[in-house]
Design a protein around this ligand. Structure first.
Ligand code: FMC
Length: 265
């Protein structure tokens, strides 16, 4: 489509409407843990960037490759330079989302990873959810309007065909910076009507939202927060099998997305 003849620029809405109709080309996966990322790296034979896209000294890692007509980028925030563990949580998630958008201008972001599930809301171990809404549960600011800003609830990019074709579960995701859950967190999670909880989703949504980049959230349940086993034990026990289920679902999602535009998802 040519720009308007009166010399004006396209409005953001017109650009967004055009993007809806063009096949998805560049995809950015934001994945917090190496063990969640590696199955996908191997499956799509992604290679690590020798010259990092990111500023020198950042531990963030980009793997990339092509699959059919898709340019796949997988961004993993790497390991903490002091503690040597994966950079999980909202800070790294929002930083890498921001940096990837700047560097790669993706058509679609996929935030994928593990999560805790609430069996009272219908979650089971190994379920893979496509998230309908995200919010925070540990940003309590009891001042009018700041309270809603803190919760930061937002709907995700609507993908009804993807949900139906892949037969995934749909549910709301609540995000906070702790693996466990304090009584205050629990009250907020209930208020958020969440079926699953993680440590990155709402932060990725926030950063992507600043630039109106469509984002989907694919989360696989490693532990039942309202189950009988301690979260950490259950998380570690199920991590391997659950990341395999997640990898398979993400591969199916790539097959579905290939050749389609946003409005067809
Ligand atoms: N609560 C919060 N996060 C997680 C969870 C739970 N019950 N189970 N799995 C996770 C995810 C988080 O998003 C982190 O990336 C990682 O797994 C745990 O450190």
């Amino acid at each position: 489509m040519a720009p308007p003849e009166d010399g004006t620029e396209f409005t953001e809405e017109v650009k967004a409407a055009e993007a809806e109709k063009k096949p998805i080309s560049t995809i950015v996966f934001v994945i917090a843990m190496q063990s969640e990322a590696l199955p996908l790296v191997n499956r799509f034979q992604l290679t690590e960037d020798p010259d990092s896209l990111f500023p020198k000294g950042c531990p963030w890692v980009r793997y990339h490759g092509t699959y059919e007509d898709l340019h796949i980028n997988l961004i993993w925030p790497g390991k903490d330079p002091v503690w040597g563990v994966d950079n999980v949580g909202t800070i790294s998630a929002s930083l890498v989302t921001y940096a990837s958008i700047q560097a790669l201008k993706p058509d679609l972001i996929v935030n994928a990873g593990t999560c805790g599930g609430f069996k009272a809301k219908g979650a089971c171990i190994r379920d893979v959810f496509l998230v309908s809404e995200v919010a925070f549960h540990d940003r309590r600011i009891p001042i009018p309007v700041f309270d809603q800003y803190g919760v930061g609830a937002r709907r995700t990019c609507s993908t009804p065909n993807l949900l139906q074709k892949l037969n995934l579960k749909s549910g709301k995701l609540s995000t906070g910076d702790s693996l466990d859950m304090s009584p205050q967190d629990e009250a907020s999670i209930i208020a958020n009507d969440a079926t699953i909880k993680d440590m990155e989703g709402a932060a990725v949504a926030y950063a992507a939202g600043l630039f109106s980049v469509p984002t989907i959230f694919v989360k696989a349940v490693t532990d039942l927060v309202d189950g009988d086993k301690p979260t950490t034990e259950e998380f570690i026990e199920n991590l391997g099998a659950v990341t395999a289920a997640l990898d398979q679902t993400l591969a199916n999602i790539m097959d579905f997305i290939s050749g389609k535009c946003l409005s067809e998802l």
